[in-house]
Design a protein around this ligand. Sequence first.
Ligand SMILES: Cc1cc2nc3c(=O)[nH]c(=O)nc-3n(C[C@H](O)[C@H](O)[C@H](O)COP(=O)(O)O)c2cc1C
Length: 236
Amino acid sequence: MSSAKKQKMNGGALMRNVFDILIARKSAREYDPRVVSIEIVREVLKDAGRAPSSKNTQPWLVAYLSGQPLEELRRKMCGAFETGLPADFEIDSGTFEAYLPRAKKLGKDIFAWKGIDREDLEKRHLHAKENFRFFGANQIFIVAVRKEACNEKAIFDVGIFSAYLMLALESRELGSCPQMSTLAYPQILRDAIPDSENWLPLLTLPFGYPKKGSHLNEFETEREPLGSWAFEVVGK
Ligand SMILES: Cc1cc2nc3c(=O)[nH]c(=O)nc-3n(C[C@H](O)[C@H](O)[C@H](O)COP(=O)(O)O)c2cc1C
């Protein structure tokens, strides 16, 4: 597709090269107060909807929340967290034992980056609470699947869709942070979305303009070396 056509398709906005987008995307956990326009939100959703899915079933459901409904949800989620409401995960959110060291390293690295001492329980509590505040973002997506359609295949498809969503945001220089910690309170998420009784939330995605000069957003995660997970099986 010619670049002129591509620009026209996206309302004239300058699109970034796909490789730049892949490399640039990382989780943003601090946002500036500007609200993303509904036109851009719709473009992002439309682009993400190009994600492939098994037999083109497109099993994803997405709710977009901003303004007062989001503030109400934020208040309820923080309330649940602060009062110690027991987590009620509806999907298995455990971590396979062999991967626990990676998860622990992420926690250690992010605490060090934020200057949080391991013993400082109050700061650790505030760090965890940020998830339920949706990192202060002015808009979020809740990504879900229909309960009765939920199987491994559908979750796989929704995962691919979610990656497309993050990259569609990044292409417009919008940051996001995928979250599963918030799935601790699936009914609170459903209560924020009309007619969503048969929704199974899989991910929340706060997004927006990343805060300029944010130390937190500069946090970089590492990746395992290729040799530990990619296996080349080639003939002579
Ligand atoms: C399915 C999924 C769930 C995640 N849940 C959370 C979460 O609850 N809170 C959080 O701060 N980050 C969460 N993350 C972000 C990961 O920690 C992050 O993607 C990973 O450390 C790699 O860093 P990067 O996104 O900056 O490349 C989640 C990511 C994914 C894909």
